[in-house]
Design a protein around this ligand. Structure first.
Ligand SMILES: Cc1cc2nc3c(=O)[nH]c(=O)nc-3n(C[C@H](O)[C@H](O)[C@H](O)COP(=O)(O)OP(=O)(O)OC[C@H]3O[C@@H](n4cnc5c(N)ncnc54)[C@H](O)[C@@H]3O)c2cc1C
Length: 448
């Protein structure tokens, strides 16, 4: 495959290939403790989804044990862009056209997820007394056409959302300067219902709420097997076994062989982020006059924003194959300066990567495998959705709510999953060709 030459990134003297958010907000310390022999529910995975489920189960009086195989705050939940976006890769009308009434329910549920996160951080949600201090701002999102051929689709998308009563409008190219300091785009949709938060502070807040509700958190504890026993489950971990009446697996992109069938239905794909040094206020305003969350229309999209402390955070990927963080860093810096030439000479302090869970239809999925519930498939947008899905699954487990719409979608296997690294680079080249070339099938079109 052809290598694209890029100018190496300009690195600050204190540059480190680390996660900015984790540096700024280390996770709460949870002392080592032994696992109980039994409990009501085991939750596997301590990201937004697992912690939300644990909080909701514990506050209903259940004895909940959360296990995560890594140190607390290791997964995607402290590595992401912090964009709180109610979206599903398709507008409401397109979702309903392709999926029928389930599509409409999905649209309403992602919006409910967005409201849920806003209520949690504001402390309006009864389960979040005091709220979560995570620098949340409702900033709005700018969804940017990277090529002229995308403009009509964006106009249509704006109409679809506006028809649902949302504050969404199309901004033509000659008015973009009020929204973004870049000449690289051909028009955009502004969606006011989008926010930005500090992912690690949000995660730490969810962990605190789960602990306060009475959930037990055990990190560095991998679940390695789940057996059905006596009408319940026996969960074997690297630190002992726990019996439970219910088990919920919230491992998203990091699904391992605990549930091989779940692993086969999820494609973990790397996404990478760089963060600049703190910018002078005027430069930050020149890049983002209204402090929006920025996302573009490519398959290999870029997403970027100002951080709460005034840096630019710029994320994306250029292939489906795994790459080293330093390669991604140089590529992202090159693109950042192309999009925002005013940032030439601004060094970067951090670069990191994480995995997003891609599903075949690019939609979230909830299901049961041999009695074990799971939620997965953030497809790059799980800050709001996975947080909400965790809470909703808790309500399902105790019989208070029906499963969410995502449980009604057929969750297909990724074809030839075991051989994916053989063919994915070619699929990636096809996506990249679409990004450069004349044809992309549709904007944010789910492929059921
Ligand atoms: C670089 C990047 C940028 C992103 N940007 C955004 C964004 O701006 N907006 C947005 O909405 N979404 C974004 N996302 C997606 C978002 O971060 C995720 O959807 C979300 O964090 C998923 O939360 P989760 O709790 O489901 O999974 P995670 O937070 O990934 O947690 C899963 C946990 O499961 C654990 N685990 C796995 N197997 C086992 C096992 N056998 N035993 C015990 N534990 C196990 C892992 O250690 C991990 O901690 C981004 C993701 C990445 C990687």
């Amino acid at each position: 495959m052809a290598t694209i030459a890029v100018v190496p990134a300009l690195l600050a003297p204190d540059y480190a290939p680390r996660v900015l958010w984790q540096d700024q907000a280390p996770p709460p310390t949870i002392g080592p403790s032994s696992l109980p022999p039994s409990c009501d529910a085991v939750v596997v995975g301590a990201g937004y989804c697992g912690l939300s489920a644990a909080r909701e189960l514990a506050r209903r009086g259940l004895h909940v044990v959360v296990v995560d195989k890594e140190p607390l705050g290791w997964g995607a939940s402290t590595r992401n862009g912090g964009m709180v976006i109610p979206e599903l890769k398709a507008g409401p009308a397109a979702l309903e056209r392709s999926l029928g009434p389930v599509g409409r329910r999905l649209y309403h549920e992602v919006n409910e997820a967005f409201d849920h996160v806003e209520a949690l951080v504001a402390g309006v949600d009864p389960a979040a007394s005091g709220g979560i201090d995570c620098d949340y701002e409702r900033t709005g999102q700018l969804y940017l056409a990277h090529a002229p051929r995308l403009v009509r689709g964006l106009e249509e998308l704006a109409r679809e959302h506006a028809a649902m009563g949302e504050a969404v409008r199309f901004v033509p190219r000659d008015e973009l300067a009020a929204e973004i300091g870049s000449d690289a785009y051909h028009g955009a949709v502004v969606m006011e219902r989008t926010g930005g938060l500090h992912p690690a502070r949000f995660h730490a807040g969810l962990a605190r709420l789960a602990l306060e509700a009475g959930a037990e958190l055990h990190d560095r504890t991998a679940a390695v097997a789940i057996d059905r026993r006596h009408g319940g489950f026996h969960v074997l971990t690297t630190r002992g076994a726990v019996s439970a009446r219910q088990v919920l697996v919230a491992t998203n992109a990091y699904a391992d062989d605990l549930l091989p069938e779940l692993r086969r239905r999820v494609l973990p794909v790397g996404s990478y982020i760089i963060a600049t040094d703190v910018l002078p206020t005027e430069l930050a305003r020149a890049v983002s006059p209204r402090d929006r969350m920025f996302v573009d229309t490519k398959n290999f999209l870029f997403y970027w924003r100002l951080t709460p402390d005034g840096r630019v955070l710029f994320g994306g990927r250029r292939s489906l194959a795994p790459v080293e963080v330093h390669e991604a860093r140089d590529f992202l810096y090159d693109e950042l300066v192309r999009v925002h030439p005013q940032l030439a000479g601004t060094p970067i302090t951090h670069a990191w990567g994480g995995s997003v869970a891609i599903t075949l239809d690019r939609l979230p999925h909830v299901g049961r495998l041999d009695g074990v519930w799971y939620a997965t498939g953030c497809n790059g947008s799980g800050v709001a959705l996975n947080t909400w899905l965790g809470g909703r699954l808790a309500a399902v487990l105790v019989g208070e709510a029906p499963p969410p719409a995502a449980a009604e979608l057929v969750h297909r296997r990724i074809p030839a999953h075991a051989w994916r690294w053989g063919y994915l680079p070619f699929v990636g080249s096809w996506f990249a060709w679409q990004d450069r070339g004349p044809g992309r099938p549709g904007l944010r079109t789910p492929r059921p």
